[in-house]
Structures are given as structure tokens and as C-alpha cells.
Design a protein around this ligand. Sequence first.
Ligand SMILES: *Cc1c(COP(=O)(O)O)cnc(C)c1O
Length: 390
Amino acid sequence: MTKNMFNLSKKLTSLPAYLFLEIDKAKRKAKQEGRDIIDLGIGDPDQPTPRDVIDTLYQAAQEPANHRYALDQGMPVLRQEIAGWYKNRFSIDLDPEREILPLIGSKEGIAHFPLAFIDQGDYSLVPDPCYPPYKGGTILSGGKPYLMPLVESNSFLPDLKEVPADVLKKAKLLFINYPNNPTGATAEKGFFSEVVEFARKNKIIVVSDLAYSEMAYDGYRPPSFLEVEGARDVGIEFHSLSKTYNMTGWRIGWASGNAELVSALAKVKSNIDSGIFSAIQLAGVSAIKIPQEEIKNMCSLYQRRRDVLVSGLNSLGWKVQSPKATFYLWIRVPDNTDSIKFAQLILNKSDIVVTPGVGFGRYGEGYIRMALTVSEERIEEAIGRLKKIF
Ligand SMILES: *Cc1c(COP(=O)(O)O)cnc(C)c1O
């Protein structure tokens, strides 16, 4: 066999294709042409990071002690603040030393976690559609994602009974994400209890992604997986400051739960990174201290946008459900064309960007995702434009 120095690894080449390429290209072109694009495609808050957080970073950045390598396992003050947050929010007691690990954004933690448990040929049970790192992290670890369809008729929850016995034997991880990106679905503690039982019985580690727990509407408070009995024997949960505090660019999140799982992730990471910039950790502490009132105000802002967008789309005859949480609407493509074609159509005809569902997995086909990350005025403008073509 001839050796070629630029042949990509099998792991890299077996990653799922990036399906947003054409939409990205069309969007860039539209922007270059000076068209007035309304971008409902990005899951990134449009509001600024709270002032207190910025001020804390500014102060902490002046301090030479913060310029050095941070502690891999995160500053004690941050781990304690996170423990306090779990206690206040979910009445869960976590040991800040052993059960909490700060991360450089939760994405890296989620993507690195499989390296701790997946060997060549092992499976991860992954919902489809899903946040891409569940698949990516599994594949880069040499494992195979087994896709569990999330369908509307089962409230976008995976049907665990459908996983075949031969897959269960080789499955090491199960990913769950509620409130869910991209479907906006939520899960209750009853579902989490079923997950614990399933995990125990089949000896599978549960990876819960709680990124959207604070982004909820109409008084709804999403539960944490760790709240249910036995969860800490089988699982780890990932949370992030990104969405709640408009801090996507800052890169700070954490993992918490079973001490052995947390320490396995810490071991992987100690070979890869060297902790979060200390000034950002201190800024994270001040974010977690932000009064609940301010978070409520952010949610009210999204809730108003949600209501304007849902009622506007329904006035076009689309049948759109109002999500209880997350800032996403998961919308059945109205004319049953494929989701990429449909996204291209409304970009070309109305200068509106949406995300084609198939980009989140093949069971996302037939849907598009819209994010509530533009103002009410712009949402109204978008509805007006859609009215002209539908
Ligand atoms: C945005 C998001 C995250 C958070 O990612 P960070 O790396 O913490 O910014 C995690 N999971 C899901 C499903 C998300 O949509």
C-alpha cells in the first residue's frame, strides 16, 4: 500500500457530513450582495453578557496571578458556586471537590467524555436529531453512534425499548438532552427515572445535557436528570453559562454528577487542555450570582418573541407548536419538500435564514429550526415577508 501523508484518519473521515454548507454559502452570498437578511438560523443569544460579568472579567484580568496556568480542576470558588446553584435550583447536594468539573464550554466536555469510556467498536446511544458533538465525540473515540429516532408521536423522547439487544451489549453511553435542541421538547422526571432503570439494567452511562434548563416559559421549570433517584449512580450532567447568561463566546460550562465519571473526564482533559482562564472562571462566579429576576426578564423577552413568531406562522396556516423551553421552534416543513430545499427557498425569496432539520440527523428531515434570536420587530418583518410567498 502506498502511504499518503495527507490521508485523513478513518475517525475524521467517518464524521457525519456537514450539511449546512450550501445554506452557509447562500447566506454569505446574500449578505455580500447587501440583502437585508433576517437570521433565524443561529442558536446564539443576541443580547449582551450582563454588565457585572464583564466588570468582573475586567478586574480579574488586571491581576497577574490570573495570567498563569489555571488549576485543571477549576478554582474552588467556582466549584462551590456551582454546587450552590445546584442546591438552590434543584435541591441537590454535590461535592464541589469530587462531583463538579468546570469546562471550557460544555461542548468540549461532551465531545471529550466518550474518550474516557468508548473503545473501538463500542456504541453510544444517540438521539436523532441531536446536537452534533454526541455523534462527533463518539466517532472520534472510535465508537459508533446508534441512532434513536426522536419523533413527534413519542413527544420527541427516545424509545429505549427499541434498542436491539446486540447493540445494548456493546453500548457504553446514552445521551439525553432536555430541554432539547433542536426540537424544543421537554422531559419530566418520570422519563428520567425510566432512563436510570434502563441504564442500571444494561450497564450504560447516562450523559445528560442540561444547557437549556433556565430558558423556559409560562412559569415552567425544567428538571435536572440528577434530581431523580439513582441518577448519580449512573450518570453525568453537562451545563453551561452560554445560553442562560448570553456567554457563548466566553467558553465556560461544567460537568457534574457521579464522581468516577467526573474524574474520568478530568483525566482525559488533563492530557488535552490546561483549564479555563482564571479571570473567566471568576466572571463565571459572578454570572451564577446574577439575581433570578434578571434571568426571568431574559425569558420574558424570548417568550414574547416566541408568541409573535408562533402566532405569525400559524396565521400562514403552518401548524407550529409553542415550545415550553429553549429558544427554538421545530417546524414541520409546510409543503413536505425536503428541509434543505425549503430553507433555500425562503432564503432566496424572503432573505430569511432557517436551519434545515436534516443537518441534525436524518430523523430531522421534514423539519426546519427557527431560533428566537432576533427582535420582535424583525420577527414581524419576517412574517410579513413570508406572507408574500405563502
Ligand atoms: C448551546 C448548547 C450547548 C452549550 O455549549 P457550550 O459549549 O457550553 O457553549 C450544549 N448543548 C446543547 C444542546 C446546546 O445547544
